[in-house]
Design a protein around this ligand. Structure first.
Ligand code: ADP
Ligand code: TRP
Length: 320
């Protein structure tokens, strides 16, 4: 079974990204033949500054490797190292109706947010279909927001196969329903766009300060508190053992335990939890040649796989 997913090189990762995407990706690498790529062609649709894009791609590579991605188990590569993605995109464009793309939520959302709708943004789902189909992937693990893109991929693959024969594998999305939405400092979904994140790789001082700014109700130190409706508690549960959770709940209910104490306890667990990853990231950042070698080597493997499908596709459509 082949599993494939892509990640956009965007911003500093936070603990919502970690539990919602990074950790699941790391867990999946033992469940099949795993491919994970950094979607730098996709990132171009919003025209980032070139230096910034280069830095972010490297940042994502460091983050994932630090969080346990094993390049021996997962083919972990840069999308743009496999230009065949764009070749297949063109061919898929010719079997994709404009109406299908006009229905894509993410395009409509971006336009509503004021992005200039360039053609890349409009045909984003076709590039994504190509990413998936070129590796003949069976399973595509994604967040809920990407479900429609995988459905579009299926529509495109079915249409292609109905015209040219059985060339492309029809993929299935795997939505991470079991992964809880991690709340941010203000209780809304943690998201870069809401400015309410706890970054994974912050300095001790910065991380402590961020944890201390979690919003709570205004109960005083002596007051009894409700552990079932508290933001600190929800975050604490991500890191604590069942025993630690029970103790914390008892302290909440007993009173004389302030939110400041709870935040301190949360900070300590958080800091400890990410310590090995922080160390690993630092080592990797000091050894960029090694990281680049992993990407290059994986890129070569990915190109070989992509080229196999492209050979079949070119023959099927009558090129060469
Ligand atoms: P952001 O909302 O911070 O911009 P992205 O949209 O780039 O994050 O999401 C990247 C990945 O992280 C997606 O797979 C998404 O499902 C996951 N993710 C983002 N925020 C959270 C969260 N608060 N809880 C769980 N998963 C999240
Ligand atoms: N569009 C996805 C996102 O924004 C990233 C992505 C690009 C992707 N190509 C993919 C995900 C192929 C899965 C499969 O999160």
């Amino acid at each position: 079974m082949r599993i494939l997913s892509g990640i956009q090189p965007s911003g500093v990762p936070h603990i919502g990204n970690y539990f919602g995407m990074m950790r699941p990706a790391v867990e999946l690498q033992t469940q099949g033949e795993a491919f994970l790529f950094i979607a730098d062609y996709h990132a171009l649709t919003t025209n980032p500054a070139p230096e910034e894009l280069r830095e972010r791609v490297l940042g994502v590579a460091l983050d994932f490797l630090a969080c346990g991605l094993d390049p021996e188990k997962t083919v972990f590569f840069r999308q743009s190292d496999v230009p065949q993605h764009t070749e297949l995109t063109w061919i898929l464009n010719t079997v994709t109706s404009v109406a299908l793309l006009e229905r894509a939520h993410s395009y409509k959302d971006k336009v509503a947010k004021g992005f200039v709708p360039n053609n890349g943004l409009f045909s984003y789902p076709v590039l994504m279909a190509s990413d998936i189909l070129i590796y003949q992937a069976n399973i595509v693990p994604v967040g809920k927001d990407q479900k429609q893109h995988v459905e579009i991929t299926r529509d495109i693959a079915i249409r292609f196969n109905s015209i040219y024969g059985d060339v492309l594998t029809i993929p299935q999305e795997k939505i991470r329903e079991d992964v809880a939405v991690v709340p941010g400092l203000d209780g809304q979904k943690m998201s870069k766009s809401y400015n309410n994140t706890i970054p994974i790789f912050a300095t001790e001082k910065a991380m402590r300060k961020t944890v201390m700014s979690i919003v709570t109700d205004s109960k005083g130190l002596e007051d009894k508190k409700d552990p079932d409706h508290c933001n600190i508690m929800i975050l604490y549960k991500l890191f604590a053992t069942p025993e630690q959770i029970r103790e914390m709940e008892e302290r909440y209910r007993a009173g004389n335990y302030g939110y400041g104490h709870a935040k301190q306890a949360l900070f300590e667990l958080l800091w400890l939890y990410f310590e090995p990853m922080r160390k690993r990231r630092e080592e990797l950042a000091n050894n960029l040649d090694y990281v680049l070698k992993i990407l290059d080597e994986s890129g070569r493997k990915a190109r070989e796989e992509a080229e196999k499908t492209m050979g079949k596709v070119r023959r099927a459509v009558g090129l060469r």
